[in-house]
Design a binder for this molecule. Structure first.
Ligand code: TYM
Length: 333
């Protein structure tokens, strides 16, 4: 790789890619692809911390990769691959597990949320999830991690683990920084605007999937929960409207201030129609490209094969260094 800075980010192939994932993460990945050396992974190993149907998971992984490309990620410019195809992720995660404390893992809000939601399956993988995520990032000597706000805590623990390891063994890992967009970093549920939009929400009215057609998108936005105050502005109790303003701003580039000004004195119906139209227009080309990629199995395969090969080469350099530092005997040649 040339001297550009490195970006790593990933998405779990659970549920369906939502507008939240797009505006909070993938849209930025697309914007950053020329300036950085980027690796984007469908993190299938993370997704099995919650039970998955194997056939569906396999299908979804390919769909997510096609969606990456449909959103505008160019496989010639970025390394795109399935996490399970680069075994260095699991190997580094094991080592880092031995440098991570139970106390710090038990403070992770995603662990607390997920163990409350899946109380029948609080497995060790769910608990050590942030360590695998740290391995994902640290393997590539990553400078920047573009994510939504909900992942900030995981980047912080990654930094802590990396600094702890470096303090013991010298400069092994680059300390990564989060990259969180100003608008769109936390898109809320359309039915419960105090909760984030989630791809595993059992109520499909709460999220917009990038796979939804125009009619479904318009219907969901028109049905979005708001308030009875009637003003299109930010403020206490205005989470629903604020969320729609963020969606409009993030899809069109118009500032929140300008939206507030333009809609002063106008009604929610008119406002929601404009938000719906903006989202439909934003996703129309994505959907069209997706339909092409998903049909081209051979091409998609070539993308993830090449991606895994390129990623492995970089990852093993870091892993070998780590193995040497902790005292493992080098493989005999
Ligand atoms: P995941 O799969 O939940 O989400 C993928 C990305 O989408 C962002 N996001 C959102 N942004 C704005 N509004 C929302 N409602 C919203 N929901 C999700 C997330 O912040 C994320 O950037 N642990 C990660 C996956 C991961 C990862 C990594 C990310 C594994 N290893 C290494 C970065 C680097 C996760 O569960 O994301």
């Amino acid at each position: 790789m040339e001297e550009k800075k490195v970006i790593f980010s990933g998405i779990q192939p659970s549920g369906t890619i939502t507008l939240g994932n797009y505006l909070g993460a993938v849209k930025n990945w697309v914007e950053l692809q020329d300036e950085y050396n980027c690796l984007y992974s469908v993190v299938d190993m993370h997704s099995i911390t919650v039970r998955q149907n194997p056939a569906e998971l396999r299908k979804r992984c390919v769909e997510f990769l096609c969606m990456f490309m449909a959103c505008g990620l160019d496989p010639e410019k970025n390394i795109m691959y399935f996490q399970s195809h680069v075994s260095a992720h699991a190997e580094l995660a094991w080592v880092l597990n031995c440098y991570t404390y139970m106390g710090e893992l038990s403070r992770m809000t995603q662990f607390k949320d997920k163990s409350a939601k899946h109380s029948d399956n609080i497995n060790a993988g769910l608990f050590t999830y942030p360590v695998l995520m740290a391995a994902d990032i640290l393997l590539y000597q990553t400078d920047l991690v573009p994510v939504g706000v909900d992942q900030k805590q995981h980047i912080e623990i990654t930094r802590d683990i990396a600094s702890r390891f470096n303090a013991l063994y010298g400069d092994v890992f680059k300390i990564p920084e989060p990259y969180i967009p100003k608008v769109g970093a936390k898109i809320m549920s359309l039915t419960e605007p105090t909760k984030k939009m989630s791809k595993s929400d059992p109520n499909p009215k709460g999220f917009i999937s990038l796979m939804d057609d125009s009619t479904a998108i318009a219907k969901k936005i028109k049905g979005a929960v708001t308030d009875s105050d009637g003003r299109i502005c930010r403020g206490e109790g205005k989470e629903g409207i604020e969320n729609l303003m963020n969606i409009l701003s993030s899809t069109t580039g118009e500032s929140i201030e300008s939206i507030e000004e333009r809609f002063a004195g106008r009604g929610y119906g008119e406002f929601k129609s404009e938000v719906a139209e903006a989202v439909v227009e934003c996703l129309r080309p994505v959907k069209a490209r997706y339909d092409e990629y998903i049909k081209d199995k051979a091409y998609v395969e070539s993308v993830y094969k090449k991606g895994a090969e390129q990623a492995s080469r970089i990852a093993y350099k870091t892993l070998n260094k780590v193995y040497k530092k902790v005292g493992f005997v080098p493989r005999a040649r």
